[in-house]
Structure formats: structure tokens, C-alpha cells
Design a protein around this ligand. Structure first.
Ligand code: PAF
Length: 281
């Protein structure tokens, strides 16, 4: 495994790989790798000749109230994990390498952002789309891997790849879950023991909604109100949102049809948990 810190060397390396007609799988991250990233690396390792992992904490996607400096970083631990998962190259540029001066052109995400978590993070997905545009040009992957835990990011990346004609296959990877169904998250440790016992109701409510849809229910309001009742009955968390949208367009659907996402965010005392499920009818 090789660590590359400059754009020039990364591009040169990729040119040589492409000359050998090898496929490139790419897992973009901000580091501090967890089980979700590991699942992405495992998937990418299985289906590509070469596996590139990027670790770059992207200042452009942090809002004024979000602390870029406080974002957790542990390159040594990350590189040990990457090595054990068969990563060939870690692209690990500095902020100065990626943004040597203020950019004269940036990406503007016009749809799929003003809902779900994006609603409270204005500009966040512009920063994500801008850095991914750069990374896609630098790494020229055949396939790029993203976790469905952040389904809104998957939707935005789908738009970016389609609208800008990147010749890249987007591979969304299922959320990694605890045995009781709770989506794995670094925030789960902030749940109290009682809240930890309650938290699986989030996924339970998503499965319940899925069952209702499979049994023929098409009324969005009815499904959402049943889910709300279930979560309120079985947990002390307060619901931030529960929504049903088309996927990946993220548009409201009074009547369920096609591919949909049911997504929720629930605030516990010290942890805000999100989860979702995607269903095709
Ligand atoms: O999901 C993340 O870690 C980041 O948003 C990404 C895709 C690496 C872009 O900085």
C-alpha cells in the first residue's frame, strides 16, 4: 500500500494503472474510518483491480457552526485499517494541496438538498459536490462506493455523476447494523443505557413501514403517522423528521409509487440518530 499526498503523483499513478487496463474502485472518506467505511472497502476490493481510498477532511463542506478543526483525525489507525482491507493507494492530500487558493468555480447543488438533514446544513452539499468533482478528476475511478446510511449524499452524488457525465458507476452500499438492527454510528456511544435499548425502534419503524407498503398501503400520511406512534410509544427520543420521498430525486410523494426512501432523524439527549430504508414498488 502506498500513501500519495500530491495530485500530480496521484494522477501519474492512475495514468499508469489505466494503461494496464486495470479497473479502479474508489472509496472517498474524511478518515476516522469505521465499520461503514470497512464495508465500502470490502465491496470495492472484491470488484476492482485497484483500490484507492481518499482521506481528506474537506473544509468546504463544513458550515459556520460546524467545527472543521475539531473533526476527529487518526491517520495512523486509518492506514492500518486500509492496509488490512487491501487498499492499494491512500490519497491523503493537505488542504493546501487541494485548495491552493480560493476557487474561482464551485459546484452548486440545486436539488435534493433542501430536505432531510440537508435542510439544516445550507451549502454542505455544494462543498461535497465540489470536492468530489476534484477527486473524480484526479482519481478517474471506474466505480465509486458510498454508504446508504447517508442516502441524501448518495442522491446528490447520483445527480453529480449524471449531470456532469462522469463515466463512473455509483455503487450504494447497505447500512451496517448492530445485531438488534440499530444502524452503526459513532454517535451510538452517546446514548444512555436506556436510550440504547430504545433506539432499535427506529429501524423497527422503518421495517414496519416497508411491510405496510408491501401489503399495499399507498397513503404516505397514514404510514408516517403509524411510524410516529410506534417511535413515540417505544422511545424517549424526539422526532426531528420522518419523511417519504421519491429516490433519488427526494421529492414529496402523497401517494407511494416507484422507488422511495423512508428516512428519519430522532434526537436523544446526547445523540441525533438517522436511518432510512429504500424500497422499490
Ligand atoms: O461522506 C464523507 O465522508 C464526505 O462527505 C465525502 C464524500 C468524503 C466528501 O468529502
Amino acid at each position: 500500500m502506498k500513501v500519495i499526498t500530491t495530485i500530480r503523483e496521484m494522477q501519474k499513478t492512475i495514468r499508469e494503472i489505466k494503461l494496464q487496463q486495470k479497473s479502479v474502485g474508489f472509496v472517498p472518506t474524511m478518515g476516522f474510518l469505521h465499520d461503514g467505511h470497512i464495508r465500502l472497502m470490502e465491496n470495492a476490493r472484491e470488484n476492482n483491480d485497484v483500490l484507492v481510498l481518499s482521506i481528506f477532511v474537506n473544509p468546504l463542506q463544513f458550515g459556520p457552526n460546524e467545527d472543521f478543526d475539531a473533526y476527529p483525525r487518526d491517520f495512523e489507525r486509518d492506514s492500518e485499517i486500509a492496509l488490512s482491507k487491501g487498499v492499494d493507494y491512500i490519497f491523503y492530500p493537505s488542504v493546501e494541496e487541494m485548495y491552493p487558493k480560493e476557487m474561482s468555480v464551485k459546484a452548486l447543488v440545486q436539488q435534493r438538498t433542501n430536505v432531510l438533514c440537508g435542510e439544516s446544513r445550507p451549502g454542505h452539499f455544494d462543498g461535497v459536490a465540489t470536492v468530489l468533482t476534484k477527486l473524480f478528476h484526479i482519481i478517474s475511478p471506474d466505480r465509486v462506493y458510498f454508504g446508504l446510511k447517508d442516502a441524501q449524499q448518495v442522491a446528490v452524488v447520483e445527480g453529480l455523476i449524471t449531470d456532469f457525465n462522469f463515466p463512473i458507476e455509483l455503487i450504494p452500499v447497505d447500512t451496517v447494523r448492530e445485531e438488534d438492527g440499530l444502524a452503526k454510528s459513532s454517535r451510538n456511544v452517546n446514548l444512555s443505557p436506556e436510550e440504547r435499548l430504545e433506539a432499535p425502534v427506529l429501524y423497527e419503524s422503518l421495517l414496519y413501514a416497508k411491510r405496510l407498503v408491501e401489503e399495499g398501503e399507498r397513503n404516505t400520511d397514514l404510514i408516517l403517522s403509524d411510524m410516529k406512534k410506534l417511535i413515540e410509544e417505544k422511545s424517549s427520543g424526539s422526532i426531528d423528521y420522518i419523511e417519504i420521498f421519491s429516490f433519488p430525486e427526494l421529492e414529496p410523494l402523497p401517494v407511494i409509487e416507484g422507488k422511495i426512501i423512508i428516512a428519519l432523524a430522532v434526537n436523544f439527549k446526547k445523540a441525533r440518530l438517522i436511518d432510512n430504508i429504500i424500497i422499490s414498488i
